[in-house]
Each structure stands twice: as C-alpha cells, then as structure tokens.
Design a protein around this ligand. Structure first.
Ligand code: ADP
Ligand code: MG
Length: 233
C-alpha cells in the first residue's frame, strides 16, 4: 500500500499551464491546462474525441512528457522523477478501453504482472492475484485465457491487475468504451466501490455523460483546454 495517502485533503496532482505538443508543435494537444486533484477524489475527464483527454491521462501517468508547464504529484514534479517506471508501478493503476491483457497468460498470471517489478515472492504473488480476482468477482476464472473471457470479465481482470501493487491513484481511459451497457455498469460499480472503500483517487476519462455524472467533479476538455465548470443546481 502507498504510505502517502493518509492526509484526507492532500493535493495529489497539480498542473500549472501544462502544455503538450506533438509533431514538432503542429498538434497542440494540451494548450495550457491548470487544475488540482485531491486525495480520494473521483474526477471525470470529459470532452469530445480529440480534445486532449488521453493526452492528459498520459501526462498524469508519466507515460509521456509534457512540452512545458508544471505537473506535480504530491508536491513533486513528475518530469523530475529519476525513475518514472517506479512511480507508475507503485503509485498508479492504469485501466484502458482495450484492456491490454497479455493473450498468452491466464487471468491469474495477468494480474501478477505488475508484481514482477517488486520483491514479492512467487507464492505471495499468486495469493495476492487470487485475492484480487476474488474481489472483482472472478473466482471462477483464475486459469482462463483472455480470449475465453467476456469483455466485462477482461476489464475486471485488468482492474484487478491495476490494483496489484496497491496504488493510490487509478487512471482509467474510457474503461467501459468496449462494453455493453450491463457490463459497463458492472465495471463502473466496481470502480466506484474501490474509490469509496479504499479512498482511491479515481480519474476516469469518458465521453458518456451518464458515467460522468457519477463522479464528484468533472473536468471538461475542449481543444486542449479546460472549460470552466458550471455548478450543478
Ligand atoms: P482524446 O483522448 O480526447 O480523444 P487525445 O488526447 O487522444 O484526445 O488527442 C488530442 C490531440 O492530440 C488530437 O488532435 C490527436 O490527434 C493528437 N494526438 C494524440 N496523440 C498523438 C501522437 N502520439 N502524435 C500526434 N498527435 C497525437
Ligand atoms: Mg482518448
């Protein structure tokens, strides 16, 4: 478990004039974005396709570098991390629309993947994966390969995997985008339960207004900028 998640209203992320350009500046995906996200918040990032949502999530997860501006995680500039892979492995759980499970590994093996970068031993690793799969309701699917699982089950394996190292932040990019409405509801229920029960900071990209309404707050992107939120009545 992350030790840094105790202060209830600690600022987890702070962005100041954050910019990201691609292709030598011809694509301006983030055009000066400012925000703060607090410990334990559930924030939805919304906006049309191409508005910069995934780019923003990639910056938060240190999957890519900003072009300019400041992005801090718990007060420390993410771009100054000597080892971004360690930050990703220990602080962050990622969930993607396309699940990104490894096809030649079973469910219980996929969940263990993030633990290979840690000193956790073989038996403890498997036991933790089993426990995580149970917690997402997949106790009957341990030894199944991804192709033998439904979309909703695959995403639940991916969620279990994202939790393997006890992250304090979950970054989810359209996690229900490939699912039918029933499976989408199941996955969303699971994410909101994790947020509630484990005080996880949940940052979820979606273009679905119904899902966005479940969040405590919405950050709306348009053309690489944040649209100021109008308060809900
Ligand atoms: P969203 O997730 O809201 O659909 P993205 O963050 O994926 O938007 O993309 C924002 C803009 O940046 C789009 O114009 C997209 O084409 C562009 N973009 C995203 N990733 C890259 C990349 N790796 N190279 C060049 N352009 C990119
Ligand atoms: Mg996207």
């Amino acid at each position: 478990m992350s030790t840094s998640s105790t202060t209830p209203d600690a600022i987890v992320y702070e962005a100041v004039d954050l910019k990201k350009e691609y292709d030598g500046g011809s694509v301006r995906a983030l055009r000066g974005v400012n925000f703060r996200i607090h410990q334990g918040e559930f924030v939805a990032i919304i906006g049309q396709s191409g508005s910069g949502k995934s780019t923003l999530l990639q910056m938060l997860g240190a999957l890519d570098h900003p072009t300019s501006g400041v992005l801090k995680y718990r007060g420390k500039s993410i771009t100054e991390y000597a080892d971004p892979a360690s930050y990703r492995a220990h602080e962050i759980g990622f969930i993607f629309q396309a699940f990104h499970l490894l096809p030649t590994f079973t469910a219980v093996e996929n969940v263990q993947m993030p633990m290979f970068e840690t000193p956790v031993g073989v038996a403890a690793r498997r036991a933790r994966a089993v426990e995580l799969l149970r917690s997402v309701g997949l106790e009957h699917r341990f030894d199944h390969f991804p192709t033998k699982l439904s979309g909703g089950e695959r995403q639940r394996v991916a969620i279990a995997r994202s939790l393997a190292n006890g992250p304090s932040v979950l970054l989810a990019d359209e996690p229900t985008g490939n699912l039918d409405s029933e499976n989408a509801r199941h996955v969303l229920d699971l994410l909101t339960r994790l947020h509630r029960e484990q005080n996880m900071t949940l940052i979820l990209v979606t273009h679905d207004p119904v899902i966005a309404q479940q969040a405590q707050r919405r950050i709306q992107m348009k053309d690489g900028q944040i649209v100021p939120e109008t308060p809900t009545p």
